[in-house]
Design a protein around this ligand. Structure first.
Ligand code: TXE
Length: 485
């Protein structure tokens, strides 16, 4: 059985304690590899390696750092077939999705931040009398921690490590213990890409062991985290007394607002995609579908008719559109949320159960039927708690202000989609919604320069573009007189 390794100070190695954790393929329920069960001792070793590497890496020219990231991106391109299959096997997502989204985007993240660091200029301020010049010197923080989740494994892993490394930091990264494989593959190519030993370290292991040790370590100056809201709150509590910089990208309960004057077919097709892509396991997925009264029945009927036809398939097969959910525990959590919705009086329009495995190979895999629930109000648990699976609810609204009230009736505020052909209404609605992102008549259209993140319990701070480079640097104001004293 393959044993994945940590990368510490340029060396691929197991955990110091010699312990291993099983890694399971969600489509089959079978253990197929192992990862080091790292602890605080491994994190301490990685910090030592990073401390050694930092003085030199922090002074490497931007163009040379960018060149390393570009060479690394080339490795992703060269090994893309292997990465696509690895990501699909590790996560349960269809290979078609890994090929269309995850792996190309991981490559793009590295290329994008290579370019971004080359264009990241400092600001200067000169007062009206020109007596002084102030300039901002943005310095790398030192050693930073990057902790990523399982839903878009390499995509979100590279989204964090690329700006951190580009900005001149040394990184201690921890991929999710549930989906460690693609990060391990990437770590094997770091040296060939020219990343010096100790600049990029990967410590595999459990969240409450290796992850917690990263968050607690006093030499780690910032934490960039994507994951569940409860974990984010715990990390915030741990880091606050140390005044660490913190970026949190957490959960969502995203509304899709379907106004009666929308382009019906486009709204329907995209809402199905925004609800069920990656088995609903994207923080940006729609999970509360809000539909205007006058088209409620028509939209509901058309949606349910299409969702009923969606079949789960073996993620390894080319034609599969819906694969497995990530783990047995996660499948059970999703089904428990559906059970609670039934008990609360929800009407299951389709789905509602574990799905029959698509073939013999997948007999012990973790599959959930795409599920649509009707008849529950905004305060119900299913409309308040993140399910993070292929489960959506429908709610009816009277008018624009009612739609906005329903959309904002949530502790989360990550993303919203708005479907209308009235551009004024679209803008008004977008600006009234408490969310980090509002998509009008589209979904998941991304430009890596834009600020990415959420409000309320969906997170803290923004990633993306120069926002990420600002997060991973400390600005120092330097002031000097323009005339000799
Ligand atoms: O995530 P965790 P889980 C949501 C989704 C899901 C729920 C729980 O609703 O059902 O979160 O998922 C590491 N210190 N999202 O439990 O635990 C962990 O090892 C440091 C939304 O799988 O938050 C992993 O690397 N690190 C989401 C990462 O945190 C810790 C994506 C995320 O795991 C830690 C995933 C600790 N104490 C889940 N405990 C999104 N926003 O996209 C855990 N970790």
């Amino acid at each position: 059985m393959e044993q994945l390794q940590n990368l510490i100070g340029g060396e691929l190695r197991g955990a110091i304690n010699g312990e291993w954790l099983d890694n399971i393929e969600p489509a089959t329920g079978k253990v197929y590899s192992q990862i080091p069960r790292s602890t605080a001792a491994d994190v301490a070793l990685a910090v030592q390696a990073a401390e050694k590497a930092f003085p030199s890496w922090s002074t490497v020219a931007f163009a040379d750092r960018a060149a390393c990231l570009r060479r690394w991106a080339e490795k992703i391109a060269r090994h893309s077939e292997a990465l696509i299959h690895a990501e699909s096997k590790d996560n349960g997502k269809p290979i078609s999705l890994a090929a269309a989204v995850d792996i190309p985007r991981a490559q793009k993240n590295l290329e994008f931040f290579a370019g971004a660091i080359e264009h990241f200029a400092s600001e200067a301020h000169i007062p009206a009398d020109s007596s002084h010049i102030h300039y901002t010197h943005r310095k790398p923080l030192g050693i930073v921690g990057c902790i990523s989740p399982w839903n878009l494994p390499l995509y979100l892993f590279t989204w964090k490590i690329a700006p951190a490394i580009a900005a001149g930091n040394c990184v201690i990264a921890k991929p999710s213990e549930i989906t460690p494989f693609s990060a391990f593959m990437l770590s094997q190519w770091a040296e060939e890409a020219g990343i010096p030993k100790g600049v990029f370290n990967v410590v595999h292991g459990l969240g409450n062991e290796a992850g917690q040790a990263i968050v607690e370590h006093p030499q780690i100056k910032a934490i960039s985290f994507t994951g569940g809201t409860a974990t984010g709150a715990h990390i915030a509590q741990t880091t606050a007394p140390q005044f660490k910089k913190l970026s949190l990208e957490l959960g969502g309960k995203n509304p899709a607002i379907i106004f009666a004057d929308c382009d019906f077919d486009k709204a329907l097709a995209t809402t199905i995609r925004s609800s069920f892509a990656n088995q609903g396991q994207i923080c940006l997925c729609s999970s509360r579908i809000l539909i205007e009264d006058s088209i409620y029945d028509r939209f509901k009927t058309a949606l349910v008719e299409k969702v009923k036809r969606m079949q789960v398939g073996d993620p390894a097969e080319k034609g599969t559109k819906m694969g497995a959910v990530v783990s047995q525990a996660h499948r059970d959590k999703i089904l428990h949320s559906v059970e609670k919705a039934k008990e609360a009086g929800g009407q299951i329009l389709c789905g509602g159960y574990a799905a029959t495995p698509p073939n013999e190979r997948c007999n012990s895999g973790f599959f959930v039927q795409p599920t649509v629930i009707d008849g529950l109000g905004p305060k119900c648990a299913i409309n308040q708690e993140e399910v993070f699976g292929p489960v959506i609810t429908l709610q009816r609204f009277r008018d624009e202000s009612h739609a906005i009230a329903l959309a904002n009736d949530s502790m989360y505020g990550l993303a919203a989609t708005i479907w209308t052909q009235d551009i004024g209404k679209a803008h008004r609605t977008a600006s009234s919604i408490e969310s980090g992102i509002a998509w009008i008549n589209c979904w998941l259209v991304r430009d890596l320069r834009t600020p990415f993140g959420g409000v309320k319990s969906s997170g803290l701070g923004r990633e993306g573009g120069f926002e990420a480079l600002r997060f991973f640097t400390e600005p120092q104001n330097v002031c000097l007189p323009t005339h000799a004293n």
